[in-house]
Structure formats: C-alpha cells, structure tokens
Design a binder for this molecule. Sequence first.
Ligand code: GLA
Length: 477
Amino acid sequence: MNIDMVISKTNDQRVKNLAIKFSKIFDETEVFVARSPGRTNLIGEHTDYNGCPVFPMAVDRDILAVCSPRDDKKVVIYDYNDAYGYKEFFIQKEIPSSATGDWGNYPKAAVQGLINYYAQTGKIKFDNLNGFNAVITSNIPAAGGMSSSSAFVVLSALLLLGANNINEDKKLLASLMAKSETYVGTQGGGMDQAACLMGLNNHALKIDFNPLRVREVIIPSGYCIVVADTLKKAPKTESALQNYNRRSIECKIATALIKKAFEKEYERIFPITALGDITCERLGLSEAEIDKVLDSALHKNFYYLDEIASILKLSPDAVIQKYCKMKDGQYLDMPPEGFKLYQRFYHVMTEWKRVEKSVLALESGNVKKFGQLMNDSHFSCRDNHEVSCKELDVLTEIARNAGALGSRMTGAGFGGCTVSLIKIDKVMTFIEKVKAKYYDSYLVNNAPELLKNASGDPIFMVYPADGAGIIKGFELE
Ligand code: GLA
C-alpha cells in the first residue's frame, strides 16, 4: 500500500502520525500497517505456566506499526516517541541479545523464535529472510500488567512475516511466540501471546494449553471492564522478573514432589510435568483418588533445599541445576526463608477451579458470581501466591467499595494494573470515586512519588478487541 494513500485516507490519527513519521525517516513508499493489542486477564493468574487455563481478553489498546520490507538482512525499528530512539540488528542464526531491559530484545525475541522454528522444520533458511524498517507507537501502559511486552513481540513477528510475505497460523504463532519470549529472560506461560493473537471483539477468551484451545465467551451486555493502574511499575526485566521466575520455579518443584507422591502411592510412573497434568483422564484415577494423594503430598511449612533434594533423591546441587537455572545462566537466589510450595500449589489449583466456574457464570449471565470469583482470585494472589502488593490491595478494595462487582490484580502482579467488573450505568461514578480515593487521596498521602509515573489517564474502560494482525483496507473509503 502506498504511504501517501495511508496518510491521506486513514481516519485513524495514530496511524496517520506514524505514517508521516515513517515517511520522514525512510525512503520506502510501499508499506503495510500492523497492530497488536494488549490484554487484560479477567481471572486465572499465574496458572498458564502450570498448563492450567486462563480467562483474558485482548483490549482496544495496542501497539501499531507502519512497516516496509528491506532487501537486506537488517531490522530497523524507530519508536514514534523520540525519547526511546531506535534499534537495529541483523537477521542471523544466533542474534546476540542486548542488555537486560533494553527494548530491542523484544523484536529480537520474535525474530530469533521464527528463525529457530524455520530451522527446526526446515521450512525456510534464515538466509532467505529479509529485514524490515518500521516505526511503532503504543498506548498500552508499559510495565503495567497489560502485556505491552508480548504485544510488541507478537507485532515484531507479524512485521517479519509481512515483510517476507509469509502467512502463519495464529495458534501456531501464539505457541511459538510464547516460547520465543523466554529470550528476554522470563519463564512465562502462553496466555499473553494467545490472547493477543486470538482476541475477538466483544468476547473474553477461555484459553487452555497443551494443546492450545480457545473458547470465546461473550461479555454480558450492561457490564463493562475497567482497568486502573496502581502506577507502581513492575517491569518484567528487573526485580519483578526474579519474583516472577521464583513463582514458576516453586510451582515446578511442587509438581516434582507431587509426582513423587503419586508414584509412591501407586508404584507406577505418572505423566505429570506440570500441575495442569493432574486430571482424572491423564492420570487414569478418580477425583477421590487424586484428592487423597494431593491432601498429603505437600506440607504447609517452608521447604529447604535439603528436604526437596532428599524427597526427589537428588543432590541439592542437582536440584539447583534442574529447577533453579534462569535463561541468562544465572541461578535463582535461594530464598533464605525457604520455598512456599504448598501455598503456590494451593493457589494454582484453586485458581484453576475459579476459571472454570467463571466461564460457566458468565455464560449463564451470573455476573454477580463472576465478580465474587474475581475477588477470591485477588485474595489468593495476595495470600497464597504472594504476587500482589500494597497498592494493588488498596486499589482493588477501593474499587469494591466504589461499586465494582469484582476487582483484582491483573497480570504478573507486584505492581501494575487492576481489573474491575462494573455495571455500565455506574461506570462514570465508579471512575470518579476511584480517582478521588486512590489517586487524589491514597497516593498523595502515602506514595506521592508514584504519581510521577502517570502518563495519560490511569483509569479507563477497556473493550474486548480483535487479535493482532496486518490491517488491510482500512485506509480506503
Ligand atoms: C505475566 C506472564 C503471563 C502470566 C501472567 C500471570 O503476564 O507473561 O504468562 O504468567 O504473568 O498470570
């Protein structure tokens, strides 16, 4: 599509601005436009990396790009906001990563992931992939639990594919990008990439893993979803990364101990690699038989390395090697107080049930029940998985008092955003009340430094939106 056409015909001001900027930086005139939405998770937190379901929706906040193919192997990406500058790298077999926290790692993650996939399948040689020029802009709050990073990874994949005229199935791309994102150092699950790619206007998505399955659930009319940012940043490249990875490691160790408990009880091997594998069908056991083992598989005290090692019949060093290694080759700092395995396990298993109940509640129009489940989810994130923080607790409490049917943290936690369910005719008063109580009062009196993190409105309605893709034909009336 010709860039002048994009500039003159679009009625989307963000696309127009992006295209104007693109034309000032690059000479290419044939471009395409792609968008990749953020997501908000309605319920099912810290379940995806355990292979258990989640219930998010893609939202009407996105990262947009104007892009043109290059005829060499260079990838050049400018941010619309000059403060972030630009990044460039070359397509090669092993793309060296930039320093932790550098935004250039997100497009690198996507490109490396596709190169690896094409190498494994023998489908395309990386030598045959060309690079691209792009200018991007995002209105997804950064480091706020709305998946701005995965949206960027997915967008980068679409740009590489678009620039090389390749089509990939969205489900395949979602699984591929979930794996690819470990390049930036997170040991996450697949929720964000799946929500971002499979989003559907007006619908939330119940997502199951292994294999990836999506059930689209309509949000009952008369109700809406409001996201509010605590303004406490929790970038997944800094301390929140250690905290996040620690949860995933604790869940893996808990799973290993539970597998041992099943094997001890039944004297046979069980196919358990994640908590999500603990189902009647997979284990060939009844619910009562499973519950009997689970009831005594873990104790509620802290676990130390020696105890874990002795149950798993490994040396403490082997436990560290097997479970505690991170992507950058570093090892997780051993928590001096030990691991809370029972609490993490309990959160994941109860959250899994809450997801199933939430889907049924929304499908039968029982919005009140869904709200209660959202609240319960928040309390479990706070008390069992310990991924909340003071600001998230205060803001969700304020939201409940201001009329939300349910309110909870969304995303990785440790800061970032909350998500609340509100009756649509109450939404304006709700927003005013939350603004007065949290931003103008709680933060002013308790953490005024956080107010500096506000860029734009920190509380807003979100609408369930379509998934990521290349925008075709939007510019022609
Ligand atoms: C982050 C990860 C997701 C998921 C959530 C917690 O957003 O990227 O994969 O684990 O945290 O539910």
